[in-house]
Design a protein around this ligand. Structure first.
Ligand code: FES
Length: 379
């Protein structure tokens, strides 16, 4: 027995026969920890009261596990695809709330289970330790491992098979729930072309392919089409693509803001659009240039920072504010970001009027709307 292996108390930590409890006691002594109060909740194991509490804890863990497995089942087999459900179909409307409720129930079950276990089944203990500095020695680490082992024994999971089984269900359920979302994202190709031959990530509802090749009207939320004169000078309204489901979440990236600029402001914007180099635009046919109809200009409402709806329009300064992180876009300078975290202009939707005098999109946005992402094909 070397001097290093032997502690002043005579305990040899390299002795494989040492129990966790002996190691713990030695650790407490070395760490200047004094246990001033120790009281087991159930001095006699296996009483009726203890078994009743075990059943409560097991129920909570079981509930958590089953709710987590329910989350996985709904995530995989639930009505997640809006294309398969008509607008307003109740099944689809309940999909996200069901996921939230089940995950919430699972986490609540785990939380209550752990709390009940800790408060009602673990021994009551008060320990006082003096603080000391410096890195831990090898022996201290051995003590830490032994202490953890002791705590494991003290938890009493081994002698409570009901709770042990329930915890296994909880672990399986929560583990599956944690894996389901990332795996689900890997299984489905987000760029898979839809029935119109379009990548849903880089197209919006203003693409004429959604309208049998015809130009898409700009409509209000109730699908009534919009005339330029419906927007007062200096005012703005939100518009959606006038196609089936155009105002639903299926086309959540399509909303636009129709702005009717005053004469001077419109002239200033036209000047900016004509000056491509000043706008750092790529070319004369840059999709974010041109496309005004008289003094009407239309921009994507989806903030290029993180995708919030940017719709607070300051008429006097011609700035469009995003309420989420206060990005500001100067409309008279082609929606240039002038404040806040957004670094990209809002894409412009080129518009004209059809033969009945309603606003229509000349074509889809030629740049992707919303925040940047690494696969975006254009700027
Ligand atoms: S989402 Fe608009 S500023 Fe962040």
């Amino acid at each position: 027995m070397s001097a290093e292996e032997t502690t002043p108390s005579g305990v040899d930590l390299s002795d494989p026969k040492l129990t966790n409890e002996q190691i713990l006691t030695e650790g407490l002594r070395r760490d200047d920890i004094e246990i001033v109060h120790y009281e087991p909740q159930f001095p006699v194991p296996g009483t009726k009261a203890e078994r009743r509490l075990e059943r409560v804890v097991a129920f909570l863990f079981l509930l958590a596990g089953l709710a987590a497995l329910g989350f996985v089942a709904v995530y995989i087999w639930g009505p997640w695809n809006p294309d398969e459900y008509p607008l307003g179909a109740s099944d689809y409307n309940y999909y996200t709330p069901a996921l939230g409720a089940l995950l919430g129930l699972a986490l609540t079950g785990v939380g209550l289970g752990v709390l009940t276990y800790g408060k009602k089944l673990l021994p009551h203990e008060i320990a006082i330790q003096q603080r000391h500095d410096g890195p831990s020695s090898d022996e201290d680490r051995t003590i830490a491992v032994g202490t953890l082992g002791f705590i494991g024994n003290e938890l009493g999971i081994q002698r409570r098979p009901l709770i042990k089984g329930a915890l296994a269900v909880t672990g399986a359920g929560l583990g599956a729930a944690a894996l389901a979302v990332p795996l689900g994202m890997l299984i489905k190709d987000p760029h898979k072309k839809n029935e119109h031959g379009l990548d849903p990530y880089t197209s919006t509802g203003f693409n004429p392919k959604y309208n049998d090749g015809n130009l898409v009207r700009l409509v209000r939320e109730d699908y009534t089409p919009i005339r330029p004169e419906d927007v007062s000078i200096g005012g703005q309204i939100t518009a959606f693509p006038g196609i089936p489901h155009g105002t639903s979440n299926q086309f959540a990236d399509s909303p636009v803001l129709v702005i009717h600029l005053r004469e001077d402001d419109a002239a200033e914007l036209r000047g900016h659009l004509a000056d491509y180099s000043a706008n750092a635009l790529a070319s004369a046919d840059d999709p974010n240039s041109g496309g005004m109809w008289e003094n009407i200009v239309v921009y994507s409402k989806i903030c290029t920072h993180a995708g919030c709806p940017a719709s607070l329009y300051e008429q006097q300064t011609n700035k469009l504010l995003c309420p989420c992180h206060q990005s500001q876009f100067l409309i008279t300078e082609n929606a240039r970001p002038v404040f806040g975290p957004a670094t990209r202009r809002l894409p412009m939707l080129p518009v004209t009027v059809d033969e009945e005098g309603f606003l229509v999109a000349k074509r889809d946005f030629a740049v992707s709307v919303g925040p940047g992402y690494w696969e975006r094909p254009n700027q």
